[in-house]
Design a protein around this ligand. Structure first.
Ligand SMILES: [Zn+2]
Length: 259
């Protein structure tokens, strides 16, 4: 690793998370000095959508997405979709997200409810012509069915599928988001995906405070650590890290309509 300052755009983070309660402002003030030119913060329920909006108003370089995460899709207020529409009118809210399917934590929300909430949000995104940020954990088959049916524009974040699935996602016009796991010693699928997909469809992300890359695995994550992810992908593809960072920054701006 070098001390080169890369142009880092973190396409997926959760700075509203309680893990940042003690030093959120300190971190968000320091990141631009470490090369971070942009962040897209995710809403996961009504409350974190409001927190995301507040963060976008405080930090110029921070943008947001508003959506209901599958883990939060149970017992929603009756007017949740109306509230979401209001959030999406904010000029720094650039996508519907984080939305999707999570079959790992079914006790948090049953499959049928997850699907209903995802359906409503995909329809809303298409109606308003917004990109979506998709979470897919252990739900690849159903996720692909949704993508084929709704044909959203957007990104499958923290991509964990096979190369074949990645190719189909790209054929459908979407982007692939890669994060910490691509640096793990036992990584297999994500390394193959990082090597195979066209560079113009790759986004880098942290999922901070989660998913820290090697050599920081297990610690709290932040957007500056994307350097490890980009450097690893550069190594996998046999190009210089600058090529990866410049392309993924452009890709993120293009997808989310950020100048
Ligand atoms: Zn996330």
């Amino acid at each position: 690793m070098t001390d080169t300052l890369y142009s880092i755009f973190d396409s997926h983070a959760h700075y509203d998370a309680e893990q940042f309660n003690d030093d959120r402002d300190e971190i968000l003030t320091s990141l631009p000095k470490k090369g971070v030119v942009g962040i897209v913060n995710m809403g996961t329920d009504i409350d974190t959508c409001l927190q995301t909006i507040a963060l976008t108003e405080k930090y110029d370089y921070l943008y947001g997405a508003a959506g209901i995460h599958p883990e939060c899709a149970k017992d929603l207020p009756a007017n949740w979709l109306t509230q979401l529409r209001t959030f999406l009118k904010h000029d720094k809210i650039k996508a519907v997200g984080e939305i999707g399917l999570d079959y790992h934590w079914l006790e948090l929300c049953p499959k049928e409810t997850q699907k209903e909430v995802l359906t409503a949000q995909l329809a809303l995104a298409n109606e308003l012509d917004y990109p979506v940020v998709l979470h897919d954990r252990e739900a690849h088959g159903d996720m692909m069915d949704f993508l084929r049916e709704y044909r959203p524009k957007g990104v499958v974040h923290c991509f964990s599928g096979s190369v074949e699935m990645a190719r189909e996602v790209i054929k459908l016009g979407l982007y692939i988001g890669l994060d910490g796991p691509v640096t793990f010693k036992n990584a297999r699928h994500s390394v193959e995906v990082a090597k195979d997909i066209p560079l113009e469809r790759l986004l880098l992300e942290t999922d901070a405070p989660y998913m820290s890359p090697e050599p920081l695995r297990g610690k709290r994550n932040d957007s500056a650590n994307i350097r490890y992810i980009g450097e690893r992908i550069a190594e996998i593809r046999g190009v210089s890290p600058e090529v990866i960072f410049n392309a993924t920054t452009e890709n993120t701006k293009r997808l989310f309509g950020i100048d």
